[in-house]
Write a protein that binds this ligand. Sequence first.
Ligand code: F6P
Length: 503
Amino acid sequence: MSTEWQVIDALEVPALAALFADDPGRVARYSVDVAGLHFDWSKTHLTADALAAFEALAKAQGLAAKREALFAGAPVNVTEGRAAEHGAERGEGSEEAVARAAQLHARMRALIEAIEAGALGPVRHILHIGIGGSALGPDLLVDALGRDDARYEVAIVSNIDGCALEEAFARFDPEATLVVVASKTFTTTETLLNATSALQWLREGGVGDPHGRVIALTAAPDRAVEWGVDETRVLPFAESVGGRYSLWSSIGFPAALALGWETFEELLDGAGEMDRHFQLAAFHENAPVLAAFADLFYTQVKRCATRAIFAYDERLRLLPSYLQQLEMESNGKGVTASGDRVTRPTAPITWGGVGTDAQHAVFQLLHQGTHLIPVEFVAVAEPGDALDEDHHRQLLLNCFAQGAALMQGRANPAEPARDYPGNRPSATILIDVLEPRTLGALIAFYEQRVFVNAVMLGINPFDQFGVELGKEMAKAAGAGGLDFDPSTTDLIARAFAPSLGDA
Ligand code: F6P
């Protein structure tokens, strides 16, 4: 074990109450303001010693050089031999990658303008088909920013379960629906099957040329053309943009169409601002870096297996599921970038929900359970609703009170069931106003934080081989070409028994 890790493992961890008592300047010391976001890590156990220890590890792991390599377009995704150039989509990257992204954005914008001008006929509905990174990002954007003034009705369908598609079919008029097929690889079973069923629905709904209503978003344009989409309606993006990092590319098309190009550009600008902060700010005042240090304190020193994110804003209700893919698919790894087995825990299980709902469902465990779970609150100062201001006031007060209650606790030795141990950590992100720019900055913050965690642990956050085995086995099972274990064989036999449903 390196000496840097030895120092980290030996960190003294005073109680949160003591940290506040000893340092009147703690809030300011452990807060950062950037791009309309206020980050407060003062209710975590970070200390000056912890920061110094993590900074030493960052130096040993070459964080600054690796960050530079990321933005320079070096092949940081070592197992797949390619760059990770999502930054270029928002103007931060090599000259060549930024120019290529701008060109592809221009193509996307031109198609949006053509649709707005009626080139594809009447459009009221957008049926976006994709899964994982090809769905979660657009879904988050449209849900967060399109509540009041989306120009089209959007349905995002990901699951191969036909119920999901049927629900969208029931809402939409096929003659006024644009089908958007989003798949980086254009090989994903769920997406291609759903897209084929959507074509059939268009046909049965009286659309003469169903393929003419399809737009493809992909890094494999040839496959989309082969599948039947006209080249003029294929919006490519670079292979070096990973699926879970792709909402900035043409994968963001439904959001750009429904919310308007300006909105999409502001989103990119906000992300670019966070990227620049990440590249330029010293580690001790760098939001993604400090957040990663706090993450590592809990995963490595306190061995917390999970961390929870609660969005205290209905508009951000999809943020926890978006972050699950970003964090768990990126850093849920068992080997280092050079292929050695890791010797320390990697990504914590990321979970969460929406406040205040979650308070009445899962917070019991957070306050009194036996697991220590670092919590992250994400709230917005300006209300998203036009109701009596008491709604938003109560929402925010609940959010802040939960953080205080977790930290302060309340001793009750006489009644153990009513004893709150306290000293439970939380971080808070307070967004001034939820708008495209701040949402872009928030998402980019999470991306860069994942990157820092990966560098510190020496893993590659940009591949995802873990998802392949199950996919292969499902395909082989469909083709009848695999001998399964007795349990799986029995389940398959039961599910597909001819008598199923007769009872
Ligand atoms: O199975 C995981 C995954 O490869 C994700 O990484 C990706 O976001 C998703 O599937 C969808 O892939 P595609 O965009 O190629 O259809």
